[in-house]
Design a protein around this ligand. Structure first.
Ligand SMILES: Cc1cc2nc3c(=O)[nH]c(=O)nc-3n(C[C@H](O)[C@H](O)[C@H](O)COP(=O)(O)OP(=O)(O)OC[C@H]3O[C@@H](n4cnc5c(N)ncnc54)[C@H](O)[C@@H]3O)c2cc1C
Length: 463
């Protein structure tokens, strides 16, 4: 319908989804309003529990929730945002294997595209390191740990075996610390099922550029986490920066290199490249918004979450990129969009964090809540309780609670989700499909009055 007012949300993570949920409940069913959400994945990923998937404590589907089942009146489009044209109020998206393009017009645009891993152009790191941001990353890390255990158990040479079983995690923030704790538990528990491999063959190292890990939680909790991880066999190298990775050798700016078959890179993020070409003001590559989450000088364009630089009303500094902030910003932004429709006053976004928590492996955690510092089993219990409550959808809460309960009685599952021969088979199929997409058979080509065009490469216009 041409006269509909179109709200377009880019990104189905914490910021985008919680904005869409509010609009879904308020204005999305109105006849003259159309709400559309574009995201790469057809689910929201609950990132705080990602390391638990890598550690085999949770099943991969436990921590994702399908967008379509959460949004009843919103159009959900699974596609890649390719470009944004604020002057023409249009967004180009690409979808499907051959990246067919479609143009979407909007009256209100909410940008919530999160962030991507940044490798700082360090040689070999982007090409060879694993990351920990997506569901695929957690699956690949768990799979990689199992794959090297399987191969190492067949290798006679102890030096090669030790290199294969050496894992370096770069970055001592939340993602790095939770990942190293989970990986350490997983590999050390798995080793006993591999008779030719011993715990001495395993080396797990956390490297961090500052003197103490987990800087957001304060020095005492950071040092506690370091001691706890070290007691469990993790080598901690502080004041150390990775300078490159090649031939299974992690090089550092400071100190000796480490021969390691796996480097997990969690040491940097940056907002999506698509945003860098936009004419908006940026701060550390994040889109600067005003207190109401609107982009100054671009009425009807809003940004929230990791890709937005949102001013903190108390400190004047940008708010930290966390899920806690993103989901609340998303909700407030949706309220301001509704207020704009109804001619009401937009409200400034304000939120004071109650606390932050991290788990550092089996039954150990650190937490700072309302200024009170807690560590060990109590912090771990708090982490599980709080994040279970925050996990979207009752069904998923139930599955996770059940998974954690079963975990108390059974060892970790060591079955690989993806095996090498399957990867090769999928690669072959993808190559065949790509070749077909590039040279379509006559049946795939439709002839129109303006000449032939690919059926699958329609250049549609929304609205
Ligand atoms: C391992 C890990 C653990 C974490 N733990 C915590 C924690 O305990 N507590 C906490 O508060 N925060 C935590 N965070 C941070 C938190 O995940 C982020 O701050 C939060 O996800 C930001 O929300 P967002 O909506 O801005 O981005 P995201 O949640 O990342 O969502 C971005 C969305 O955009 C989509 N997208 C991206 N690019 C495109 C494109 N080109 N086209 C279409 N769609 C696209 C993505 O698929 C995704 O749906 C953690 C992060 C990680 C990686």
């Amino acid at each position: 319908m041409p006269n509909k007012t179109r709200v377009l949300i880019l990104g189905g993570g914490f910021g985008g989804l919680y904005a869409a949920l509010h609009l879904d409940k308020t204005i999305a069913r109105d006849q003259d309003i159309e709400v559309t959400l574009v995201s790469r994945d057809n689910f929201i990923l609950f990132t705080p529990m990602l390391p638990e998937v890598a550690a085999g404590d949770l099943d991969l589907t436990d921590i994702i929730s399908p967008l379509r089942q959460m949004l009843k009146h919103t159009n959900v489009l699974i596609a890649d945002v390719k470009s944004i044209d604020p002057a023409a109020r249009r967004v180009t998206i690409g979808y499907g294997l051959n990246r067919a393009q479609k143009i979407l017009s909007y009256d209100h645009l909410l940008i919530a595209l999160g962030s991507e891993t940044s490798f700082f152009n360090l040689p070999g790191v982007e090409e060879s390191a694993l990351t920990m941001k997506s569901l695929g990353d957690a699956v690949i890390l768990r799979n990689q740990a199992l794959a090297v255990l399987e191969v190492a158990s067949l290798v006679e040479d102890p030096v090669i075996r030790r290199t294969m079983l050496s894992f370096v995690v770069a970055g001592g923030g939340f993602a790095g610390v939770e990942t190293v704790g989970a990986l350490n538990d997983f590999v050390r528990e798995a080793v006993r099922f591999y008779p030719n491999v011993t715990e001495e063959d395993v080396r797990i190292v956390l490297v961090h550029p500052n003197p103490v890990i987990l800087p957001e939680l304060g020095e005492d909790l950071g040092r506690y986490a370091q001691r706890k991880l070290a007691r469990r066999g993790v080598e901690i190298r502080t004041e150390t920066r990775v300078s490159g990775y090649s031939d299974q050798r992690v090089e550092f700016k400071e100190g000796e290199p480490i021969a390691a078959g796996t480097l997990v890179w969690t040491a940097g993020v940056t907002p999506h490249a698509v945003l860098q070409t936009l004419p908006f003001k940026k701060e550390r590559n994040r889109i600067v918004v005003d207190e109401t989450l609107e982009v100054p000088g671009f009425p009807g364009v809003w940004a929230v979450g990791d890709c937005a630089s949102v001013p903190d009303r108390k400190t004047g500094k940008a708010q930290p990129p966390t899920a806690q902030h993103a989901l609340r910003q998303g909700r407030q932004c949706a309220k301001n969009i509704v207020a704009t429709f109804r001619g009401k006053r937009k409200r400034p976004f304000s939120f004071t964090m109650l606390g932050q928590l991290a788990i550092i492996g089996r039954r150990a955690g650190v937490a700072s809540i309302l200024g009170v510092h807690v560590s060990g089993l109590l912090a771990w219990g708090l982490w599980r309780t709080i994040y279970l409550m925050k996990l979207p959808r009752f069904e998923k809460k139930l599955r996770v609670a059940l998974g954690w309960t079963l975990d108390l009685f059974f060892p970790k599952d060591l079955a690989q989700h993806v095996t090498l021969h399957e990867v090769e088979r999928v690669q072959r199929r993808l190559e065949t499909a790509r070749r077909r997409a590039l040279s379509p058979s006559p049946r795939q080509v439709e002839t129109s009055s303006t000449g032939p065009r690919l059926l699958s490469a329609s250049n549609g216009h929304n609205g």
